[in-house]
Design a protein around this ligand. Structure first.
Ligand code: GTP
Ligand code: MG
Length: 349
């Protein structure tokens, strides 16, 4: 199972993002669907998304109830999804939602929650760094608070790399992208790539990184009023999630890329072993009659080994083909529309 962890401070938009992603991907995109593995979680995600949506009277179309933004997260929650293509289960992934305040809390009482977060994040197959539009804008305007928060994230990423002795794929998800002016996404991404996160983009490093702008819809600049019933803020605008699935596609893309690489290695190892066995047989065949009689058992073993290796190579090739088909589907889904930038070793792929 892949663990996917969002890194984002309080009010970054993590919970809204989770609800929107679950809702959009329950219907599916490009043949892929994400299905909560536990039906109670599925019902609860559905209810939360429905609370965000306005409700209309089906008879006359009048508004019955406005949607409200969710409350800040209290208890952390881990949700397991099935990642499905058509009717085929490709993998499972788990998603951790928590109170973002623990990432920059100075209080000792948050230590336990923070440690649990670090444990989950350092085991994750992919990290989604959640940078809300307002933080990106503040960073571009030289705000030192925004810079120091982004630095906390950079330091944590370096720590995870050290503890697992390997790089972890990272998506920089610019949340609330609807708040960005035209051109601001590219300028902001360039600013953090060349600024605070520059160490990850060095040619000497092997981080696989993605940028994507994510938005849940179009919202009014003016915040909605507080709903006296739920004490939550009304949503002033229209919910129309964009790109919410792409960070998960990226995680799967990285996993498959890795799997294809190790299958290719397996294939090469098998081919080398076959060459060695063939060499043994050739040596045997070039021997005199007496030599063949003397080394008969060796030749038999080499023949058997060759047959076994040929069988394995067929299986590896079939696995590789399956992986490559999945990889091409997910790559197509990821890169369609040109909403994402993928970087590795200081170069845009
Ligand atoms: N304009 C805009 N606002 C958004 C969007 N997503 C979230 N928001 C706003 O951001 C607020 C915080 O979102 P949450 O999802 O609760 O933030 P969080 O990261 O889960 O916060 P914690 O639970 O405290 O860690 C919401 O109440 C909305 O006001 C978006 O796509 N566009
Ligand atoms: Mg939350």
């Amino acid at each position: 199972m892949m663990r996917i962890t969002m890194m984002g401070f309080s009010r970054a938009g993590k919970t809204c993002y989770l609800y929107a992603m679950a809702a959009r991907m329950s219907k599916g995109q490009y043949g892929f669907r994400f299905i909560p593995d536990n039906h109670r979680k599925s019902l609860s995600l559905n209810r939360c998304w429905n609370e965000m949506k306005p409700q209309f009277n089906p008879d006359n179309g009048t508004l019955v109830r406005q949607g409200v933004w969710p409350a800040g997260t209290g208890e952390s929650d881990e949700i397991v999804f099935r990642f499905v293509y058509g009717t085929r289960n490709l993998t499972y992934f788990s998603w951790y939602d928590y109170r973002g305040g623990i990432l920059d809390s100075e209080s000792e009482s948050d230590e336990k929650d923070y440690n649990k977060f670090v444990e989950i994040a350092s085991e994750s197959a992919c990290i989604i760094v959640c940078i809300p539009a307002e933080m990106l804008q503040a960073y571009m305007h030289g705000d030192s608070m925004a810079e120091s928060r982004l630095n906390i994230i950079l330091d944590d990423l370096t720590k995870y790399r050290e503890s697992r002795n390997d790089y972890v794929p990272v998506t920089f998800a610019i949340l609330k992208a609807d708040r960005l002016a035209p051109g601001e996404f590219s300028r902001g991404v360039k600013a953090i790539r060349e600024g605070v996160f520059a160490p990850l983009f060095s040619q000497d490093e092997n981080w696989l990184l993605m940028f994507v702008g994510v938005s849940l819809g179009k919202f009014d600049r003016n915040q909605g009023d507080i709903d006296p019933k739920t004490h939550r803020r009304f949503i002033n605008g229209t919910l129309e999630p964009v790109n919410v699935e792409l960070p998960v596609f990226f995680a799967f893309y990285c996993k498959l890329k890795d799997a294809v690489r190790s299958k290719n290695e397996e294939m090469n190892k098998n081919a080398n072993a076959q060459d060695i066995a063939k060499g043994k047989l050739q040596t045997y065949n070039s021997r005199t009659i007496f030599g063949r009689w003397w080394h008969g058992d060796e030749a038999k073993a080499a023949k058997a080994e060759l047959e076994e290796l040929a069988k394995d190579s067929g299986l590896i090739a079939a696995d590789l083909q399956k992986l490559q088909v999945d990889f091409s589907h997910v790559t197509e889904a990821l890169l369609d529309g040109g909403y994402v930038e993928i970087w590795n070793k200081g170069e845009k792929l």
